[in-house]
Write a protein that binds this ligand. Structure first.
Ligand code: PHE
Length: 455
């Protein structure tokens, strides 16, 4: 089926809601629960939030629209799509190749955090991490991440699970599952928000998240906000181009992207509202990254009525969010291997899993066997995180914008964006195109250079 030169009818999303659920499933992930709340609180609350929203609107949305439009037009993986659209001998396909590298870098550390989340669902059910003493929860987390065998095992279990879903295909796997998971995610999140807001010091938690402190917004912080915008919307690395290639022809791209962006922002804000009021009520310091989710949260929940059940809810929620994102990350190399290198889909999934087991283990072992292995002073986990969010994704964004703005051109862009109907979305297409051609690439470049202290 995969080998024919005539394109067999290609798998893709079948319903409008399916498109929305799968795309939102990619955007919503650990980024909302693990990166967004802390970065916002630590980098100036509302000040950071405003920069983040601005970066999302001025840079993120146009690049997301560009990727989806390109993908849907060619209906192929990012490498093939860019080769098909580029003038001879112009290597724009490298954007797709860099995207494949980025997807492996991200998945390597991401799958480890997902592994901890799944392990914690079971630990929460078993009750072993339920303690109000932060030392106990810290020791429990330490025991998990510093045990090489457990870390690897959970990571490989997660990878095999995701691979199994991908084997079912795009419509029967990704779409069918995310259609069920996304509504569930909102339900669980609202439940947790209601509980958190009813606690004593809810106002302090909200103040941490929302009080503006513009003094904290430096060049590096702006780069962080931009990197977060890219990471959140899954752009700059071919994921949205890949998903765009599964979009239906009658899908309204601007409306869908806007809905995805808004719903994703909503999930991030709700996650912050679910987490910080509880953290402040029990006088915990709002710790960074993994510590917040895996050490503070269990200690907080142990003090709330029905805490154990709610903690299970929290980790199931995180697992649900992470699953849609993981699937979309893995689909990038799978589709490239399948279409470009003509591997049958099951083989493409297998090869991706094997490669990931290797690259991923460097992250799984950062707290044990490879603790002292550092490059630029960073362990593999932090290095992959930094390189992908702050370098590859923004750089990918620059080139996607330049490609559409200067190579593909306005007429084709407008025509695909408006589903080939004359005069539809004309004004909007002009604005987005202008941003892509002039503003987004320049802005990303300046922020990158400044944030990386290159000028
Ligand atoms: N958007 C996902 C999150 O916030 C992460 C992701 C990045 C997924 C890039 C796909 C591609 O967790």
């Amino acid at each position: 089926m995969s080998q024919s030169t005539h394109k067999p009818s290609r798998d893709g999303f079948t319903s409008s809601f399916g498109v929305l659920a799968a795309t939102l499933g990619s955007a919503v992930g650990l980024g909302n629960i693990w990166k967004f709340p802390y970065l916002t609180g630590a980098n100036g609350g509302a000040g950071f939030l405003m920069v983040y929203i601005l970066a999302t609107l001025v840079v993120g949305l146009p690049v997301m629209i560009a990727e989806i439009t390109l993908g849907r037009h060619v209906k192929a993986n990012p490498v093939t799509a860019l080769i098909a659209l580029s003038p001879a001998r112009q290597p724009w396909w490298l954007i797709g190749a860099a995207g494949m590298v980025a997807s492996f870098l991200i998945m390597s550390f991401y799958s480890e955090v997902v592994a901890w989340v799944f392990a914690y669902v079971f630990k929460a059910i078993g009750g072993s991490i339920l303690s109000s003493d932060r030392k106990v929860t810290e020791a429990a987390f330490g025991a998990l991440i510093s045990d090489p065998l457990q870390s690897l095992l959970w990571q490989w279990l997660v990878l095999i699970g995701m691979g199994g879903i991908l084997l079912l295909g795009v419509s029967k796997g990704i779409e069918a599952l995310t259609k069920k998971l996304m509504p569930l995610l909102f339900l669980l999140l609202l439940l947790l928000c209601a509980v958190s807001l009813s606690l004593d010091k809810a106002a302090d938690g909200l103040a941490f998240l929302f009080n503006p402190d513009f003094g904290k917004v430096t060049g590096t912080v702006v780069l962080t906000a931009l990197g977060l915008a890219f990471f959140k919307l899954s752009i700059g690395m071919g994921t949205m181009m890949t998903y765009g290639s599964y979009f239906r022809d009658d899908q309204n791209i601007p409306v869908t992207t806007f809905r995805v962006m808004s719903a994703d922002l909503c999930v991030s804000l709700l996650a912050g509202v679910a987490i910080f009021p509880a953290v402040f009520t029990f006088d915990f310091a709002p710790a960074a990254g993994p510590a917040l989710v895996f050490i503070t949260i269990p200690a907080v929940f142990s003090q709330i009525p029905m805490g154990q059940a709610l903690m299970v809810v929290f980790f199931v929620l995180a697992a649900v969010a992470a699953t849609g994102a993981m699937l979309s990350l893995m689909e990038v190399p799978v589709l490239i291997l399948h279409e470009r290198f003509r591997l049958a889909r099951p083989k493409a999934v297998m090869l991706t899993l094997v490669l990931l087991a290797v690259t991923g283990s460097t992250c799984a072992l950062t707290n044990s066997t490879l603790a002292d292995f550092k490059v630029f002073g960073l362990n593999m986990f932090d290095l992959f995180d930094f390189l992908s969010s702050n370098v590859i994704l923004p750089a990918g964004g620059i080139f996607v914008a330049l490609f559409v703005g200067w190579v593909w051109g306005f007429d084709k862009f407008r025509s695909v964006l408006s589903n080939h109907e004359q005069l539809q979305n004309e004004g909007l297409a002009r604005v987005v195109f202008f941003l892509l051609r002039y503003i987004s690439p320049l802005l990303i470049l300046i922020v990158m250079l400044k944030g990386l202290h290159l000028f």
